[in-house]
Design a protein around this ligand. Sequence first.
Ligand SMILES: O=C(O)[C@H](O)[C@@H](O)[C@H](O)[C@H](O)COP(=O)(O)O
Length: 228
Amino acid sequence: MRTSNFASPQELNLAFAERIARLLNEGIATRGKASLVVSGGRTPQGMFAQLSQQDLDWSKVVVSLADERWVDSSDESSNEKMVREHLLQNKAQAATFIGLKNPAQRAQDGVDDCVAAIAQMPLPIDVLILGMGEDGHTASLFPCSAQISQGLDLNYPKPYLAVQPTTAPHWRMSLSLAALLNSRHVFLHLTGEGKKAVLDKALAGTDEFEMPIRAVLNRADVELVWAP
Ligand SMILES: O=C(O)[C@H](O)[C@@H](O)[C@H](O)[C@H](O)COP(=O)(O)O
């Protein structure tokens, strides 16, 4: 795993945003369009603010989510809400956003509409930004969920699956492991000593069901982007 360490989250946020912009520009120059799939949570918000100001043809960028909480997009827990507030601002307002939350009451019933929506995405994903929870989950591939076997099954037939974590609220919609791996550039964005310790534990072990981030680290050329 390659590593880019920064002295502070602020320094990371600008440098990482510039790096992502360069990669998206490469995708646009090469294929006419580029795709960016991001994670929710708190970690990426400062970087999103920097990325939203980057100078690129955002009208040729399709942005989507690695996972979503199955709540209305006005809910404080919504990743779509967070992405709209922090990333789809400034110059990045011109991007096309593909959200995962649809009118289905249950995440399980919303899978096929998500599958239809991803058809608009340039694949492989040009830039995938993953986070990681203290339990080693990434996207919404939670070790505690009954769906983790499906999520880590490289032959799972759909790119999305509905997941019910037991250690976090809400049903989730998540990209499957296979769908996450269909990416040209995979970044793991972490801040703080606590997350670094969790990553060290993940790197020291092998059980992918115990820490699903291992399944990505074992199969993708992941670049860690970290600041204390
Ligand atoms: O929906 C989510 O919460 C994210 O997609 C999830 O995978 C996140 O990346 C980790 O839980 C880390 O979250 P923090 O950045 O808030 O620690």
